[in-house]
Each structure stands twice: as structure tokens, then as C-alpha cells.
Ligand binder design. Sequence first.
Ligand SMILES: [Zn+2]
Length: 232
Amino acid sequence: MLAFGAHPDDIEFTCGGVIAQETDAGRAAHFVVCSRGEAATHGAPEQRVEEARRAAALLGATVEFVELDGDSHLEVRAAHAITLAGVLRRVRPGIVLAPSPTENQHPDHWRLGRLVCDAVRLARFGGVRELRESAPHGIAQLLFYAPTREAEPDKISPVLIDISRPEIIATWVAAMEAHGSQTSARNYVEVQLTRARLHGLGAGVEYATALFPADPLVFSSLSGLGRGTRGL
Ligand SMILES: [Zn+2]
């Protein structure tokens, strides 16, 4: 899987539990972070990058940084979508995670979500001039994550991923705490755990992360479907 983040902590805070669970099961995860958090009130960019590297390692993931417009300056334009499509062609993931394109408190989050939607499409196209050196690649699924409750798309039913195993929660918390420049400013760990607990209560489990499919999911049989939340 490949996860895109606008800032050095977005992926870990929002879907660190899901990633810990996937890598624990032997699947590879790669993070692409599109700024060094240089506009943040807390933490210098060098520190933020270091924190992100440590957090990714704790989650069993690799991480790279891509320079687009810089923190808080991200714009939706074709050149960026093509850059990200190039990353997709190089890494060739099955599952892609990206911030929700629903407008919310940070403009970089939803703008990156829109850019990734475009990048996923362009990665498939054989004739994009700038991408001719690499073979086209079609991903299996694009799933959005919501860094805040306000970013949860209200028109997409979420897929709820059960992350209740204590060792998974412990790894997730450690990855969040690796971002000490942020967690010392506000209790983000408690905020995200509480959100996961709330989704967990809705799903009938201890903790769950909500992911929002960009497209209808395709299954080869009904037996591959999880259960629904109705009736809990
Ligand atoms: Zn962010």
C-alpha cells in the first residue's frame, strides 16, 4: 500500500493503526509526504522530518518526501498530479490511501486528496508525455482517510477497519508519540484514540479506523464481505 500525506504526521495520526496491522501481516507500506511541515507553529522542518522517519519505522513502513508547493501553499494543478502519478508508477501499489477531498480545516489536506484522485487516473494513461519513461500502472483501490472528524465525507459510507488488537494500538500510539513536536502542543493521541473508539463502538469492536472508498468496491463473492453495523 502507498499512503500520501500533506504533512509529516497526517498518515500516522489518522491511519497508523491500519498500517501497523497491514505491515504486521507482512504487507509492505510506503509513505509519500508532500511537505516538511514548515508552516507549523511547533517543530522545525528538520525535526518534523526526523519524527516522520521514526514514526514510519515504528509502523514498519518506508517514507519519502516530495516537494510540491510547500506546507500551506499546495495548489491543485496538473504538474503536481503528474509528479504523484510518477510516484505511483514507481512504487506500483495495490491500495492507495489519501486525505479526504472534503474541505476541512487545512487546505493542504483536501487539495492533496484531489491531486491524488487525478494522479491515480494519470498513472494509468499510456500517453502522458512526462511519464513516458515508466510503465502505466492501475491501482486496485483508492481509500480516503479523514485527518479530522470534519473531513469525513458525508456522502460515502465508510469501511470500518477493526484495529482493536492491543499490540496494534500500542504501535499506533508509539508512532503518534514519535511526533513529539505536535503531541506536546495538543493531546492529538487522545483525540485520535477517541475517534477510533467511537468508530469502534459503531462497529461493535474496541477500536476501528474509518476509510472512505473513492469508488464502489468490487467483490468476487458475497462471502468476501465483512458484516454491516446495522443491528449492533
Ligand atoms: Zn496535516
